[in-house]
Design a protein around this ligand. Structure first.
Ligand SMILES: NC(=O)c1ccc[n+]([C@@H]2O[C@H](COP(=O)([O-])OP(=O)(O)OC[C@H]3O[C@@H](n4cnc5c(N)ncnc54)[C@H](O)[C@@H]3O)[C@@H](O)[C@H]2O)c1
Length: 492
């Protein structure tokens, strides 16, 4: 880290960023936001910076397939106890052999919901608040194995780097980072510390997505050629709700950024079907977006009656529809959308097209084509879903039967499956389903798509965070439990 600082000593802005990552001095939460906004001015150097980083990067240790030493009881600290952090706490409490020992939030009033979710469980975390830096104290505890990061997106990487430096594994919400340098930092830190840094791309664990991933792994669709994915779902109510998100952070993001600021739910599951970072990798990105037809109008309307919204009425919002095309090294294409404004139905698309067949998740009902130019009838569909049901889903079927409960959880059940498998792999000493290279590549497109939008939709290279290891890295997402499994249980 010091050598980077020496080389970069002429760049004050860079110093602030790296210093924040290393914990040499920590910018406040609002300063983190301000610093992120400052990045706009650096955009014109982005292709050059990508080349420079790529040339000087050597893989120190390959984290793909890495299995850390077993941990009998996984002791967890949570940073950010807002909507998602509180929800995760409730989900984690349904898994055996874990202990939520600590939770941090800049706003102590945010502890109400996590306390409610942990009420009548065995978990009794110590709470950290009172400063923007309280989360660091949590990371420094000696009795934690794993840090879960559920703060606003532009804080994830700094917190992840600091947590790994403190000897903790990290699981982070999506995206894991919002800037290219942050992507490199999580990769370098994970390789140096041999700590996992997994981005919890939970939609990949939805039953349909896992089953069709299993089909793809077994060659049912032939060569995957193209995927259409999206996270198109209106957040207009949430984003303009004064009590929903910390410091209106999502609205501020829409009011200041361009490009796909939330790419992973549409892209991650398709990237897994394409074996990205293990046999193929993202090559370049182009992005285009519509005008904003809705957000500023809404902010202006609200500002007429409520001065709180005056600052938001002046913002120049990201276009309502963000579209991003990605070409892979092996010639595949992805078309990823993000629209958080349209009053249309929730739509993930998840259309994946291969040389022998295809799938289409949205609009419902989900469909499979066996290569005969038609969507399969219900009988054939049901047979295929049964035949290719992966081991992880069978495992959950056993849990369900054992408990006599339906085991519902957020996002089509994916949240509980994702969390259970992380805990079981850590306890059993197995590789996690997604590695730091996935976290970096799937998050890098945030900045790359913004650069493209602001540069007439020109294309921009995606860094190779694996430093060439993508050619030989083995398959991940152990949805069939081929690596084995442990005795971690679901409690309720
Ligand atoms: N995977 C999914 O399905 C999914 C769903 C929702 C949200 N998310 C992700 O979860 C993350 C959190 O989203 P959310 O909806 O919970 O937002 P939120 O605003 O409800 O929660 C963020 C929390 O971080 C806290 N925070 C801010 N600065 C902090 C600091 N310096 N130290 C400690 N805590 C701090 C805030 O007080 C707040 O409680 C985001 O990254 C989002 O993208 C993922």
């Amino acid at each position: 880290m010091l050598s980077i600082l020496n080389k970069m000593k002429n760049s004050r802005r860079y110093f602030i960023k790296i210093a924040g990552m290393a914990g040499l001095s920590l910018a406040s939460a609002n300063a983190l936001y301000a610093e992120y906004q400052e990045q706009e001015k650096e955009f014109k150097d982005l292709p050059g910076r990508i080349d420079k980083y790529q040339k000087k990067h050597k893989q120190r240790f390959n984290m793909s397939g890495y299995a850390a030493p077993k941990i009998s009881t996984v002791r967890i600290g949570i940073i950010g106890t807002g909507n998602r952090g509180s929800h995760h706490a409730g989900t984690i409490s349904r898994v055996s052999d874990v202990e939520i020992k600590a939770a941090a939030d800049v706003l102590p009033e945010r502890f109400g919901r996590i306390k409610k979710n942990l009420n009548s469980t065995d978990h009794n975390p110590e709470y950290y608040s009172g400063s923007d830096e309280a989360w660091k104290e949590l990371c420094e505890r000696k009795d934690l194995d794993l840090i879960l990061i559920t703060t606003p997106t532009y804080m994830h990487a700094k917190m992840a780097v600091y947590a790994m430096e403190q000897g903790k594994h990290v699981i982070t919400e999506v995206p894991a980072a919002v800037r290219i340098e942050e992507c490199w930092e999580i990769v370098k830190t994970s390789e140096r510390t041999k700590k996992h840094c997994m981005m919890m791309e939970n939609y990949t664990f939805m039953p349909f997505h896992m089953t069709t991933l299993n089909m793809a792994k077994q060659g049912f669709f032939g060569e995957i050629v193209h995927g259409d994915g999206a996270y198109n779902t209106s957040k207009m109510g949430n984003n303009f709700n004064k009590n929903m998100y910390w410091n209106m952070w999502w609205l501020r993001m829409y009011g200041s950024r361009n490009g796909n600021i939330y790419p992973t739910h549409g892209m991650g599951p398709i990237a897994q079907m394409m074996n990205i970072n293990r046999g193929d990798r993202f090559d370049f990105v182009v992005s285009v977006e519509s005008k904003d037809f809705m957000m500023q109008n809404k902010a202006k309307k609200l500002a007429k009656d409520d001065p709180f919204f005056e600052e938001f009425a002046k913002m120049d919002y990201r276009g309502n529809m963000s579209s991003m095309l990605i070409k892979t090294k092996e010639g595949r294409t992805l078309n990823i959308q993000h629209d958080a404004t349209s009053p249309s139905p929730h739509n993930l698309i998840h259309g994946v097209y291969g040389t022998k067949g295809s799938v289409l998740y949205d609009p419902a009902p989900p469909k499979i084509c066996t290569g005969n130019h038609r969507w399969a009838d219900k009988n054939t569909y049901d047979q295929l879903m049964g035949k290719f049901k992966p081991g992880l889903l069978h495992k959950f079927e056993d849990f369900r039967k054992g408990l006599g409960a339906n085991l519902q959880s957020g996002h089509g059940g994916s949240d509980l499956i994702n969390v259970w498998h992380i805990i079981d792999c850590l306890r059993t000493g197995l590789p996690l389903d997604q590695d730091v290279y996935d976290a970096a590549a799937f998050s890098a497109v945030v900045e790359l798509s913004e650069w493209s939008v602001r540069n007439n939709s020109n294309s921009i290279k995606v860094p190779d965070f694996t430093a060439g290891a993508w050619k030989t890295n083995k398959s991940n997402m152990d949805i069939n439990l081929d690596n084995g499994d442990g005795d971690t249980k679901i409690l309720s």
